[in-house]
Ligand binder design. Structure first.
Ligand SMILES: Nc1ncnc2c1ncn2[C@@H]1O[C@H](COP(=O)(O)OP(=O)(O)OC[C@H]2O[C@H](OP(=O)(O)O)[C@H](O)[C@@H]2O)[C@@H](O)[C@H]1O
Length: 251
């Protein structure tokens, strides 16, 4: 008599392994077998086909993944392009615009903001004064701070402040609100760059290269990928001087 089926096993299910009947493979093999001639022809064709070139791995630098390398490049020419690289964001040519995310309270007290305060003390004062004056109207806006003679000891750099959160620390805005403010703030900064460059007496006074850290991704606690997606959605037109932003991260 057939043993009772185990729970979960359907009646009549064939079990493979010990005791299971063997499939008639000889018949199958005969049906699918190629002639020796066909196999030889195929082998010859494969041997003459050029092998694809091995591409260098753009996802890793040494043992570390390159930030953002897994995301597809933004090839839409009407949108802002983000290029990621590793290095020292402050070691930049004269007239580089260096952008970071700020609170609206006038404090550059921690994270990369602290490094901005150390490198560009005059810019830090301008940012704090601007916050004092316009505190309630900064969220989702930006401030372009031109190079200052007092900061020239460091380098002739513009500083771009994106007001992506009203407050900081535990009172910082939610990631959704921060992301919501990031697009308009960046758009506002691009506008300010355009106006500045239009008024500049000569090319030596214009904004040159544009750099940014992985804004919002540290103390503001927003995953970089989400901010990058917002930035890559920003439309840029003929009038815009800035079409590419280099995002520079530390090793
Ligand atoms: N020295 C350095 N060199 C290069 N890259 C550095 C660096 N230090 C950190 N980074 C990276 O720079 C990215 C942004 O990370 P952050 O935490 O700085 O900024 P966030 O945009 O999330 O938040 C803004 C609020 O943080 C501040 O501090 P306070 O609120 O003022 O106290 C502000 O004022 C705002 O309020 C992350 O990829 C960090 O790895």
């Amino acid at each position: 008599m057939e043993p009772a089926a185990k729970p979960g096993m359907r009646q009549g299910t064939l079990r493979f392994g010990a005791g299971a009947p063997k499939a008639n493979t000889a018949a199958k093999r005969k049906a699918t077998d190629d002639s020796t001639d066909d196999r030889t022809k195929r082998k010859r064709a494969m041997a003459t086909k050029p092998k694809p070139q091995r591409q260098p791995n753009r996802f890793f630098k040494g043992d570390s993944p390159v930030p953002g390398a897994f995301e597809p490049a933004n090839n839409d020419s009407n949108k802002l392009r983000i290029e990621e690289e590793i290095g020292d964001i402050f070691n930049a040519p004269p007239n580089t615009l260096i952008i970071h995310a700020c609170n609206c309270e006038g404090s550059w007290g921690a994270g990369i903001a602290k490094a901005f305060a150390d490198n560009y003390p005059a810019a830090c004062d301008k940012y704090a004064d601007h916050c004092d004056e316009h505190a309630d109207n900064l969220f989702g806006h930006a401030l372009l701070i031109p190079p200052s003679k007092e900061d020239d000891g460091a380098a002739i750099h513009f500083v771009g402040c994106l007001f992506t959160s009203r407050s900081k620390g535990r009172k910082k805005d939610t990631p959704t609100r921060i992301l919501g403010a990031t697009g308009p703030a960046m758009r506002d900064l691009l506008e300010q760059v355009r106006e500045w460059n239009a008024k500049a007496a000569d090319d030596g006074e214009k904004v040159g290269e544009v750099r940014m850290c992985q804004i919002n991704s540290g103390l503001f606690n927003v995953p970089w990928k989400k901010t990058r997606t917002v930035l890559e959605g920003i439309e840029v037109g003929e009038d815009d001087d800035v079409k590419v932003v280099k995002v520079v991260s530390r090793e």
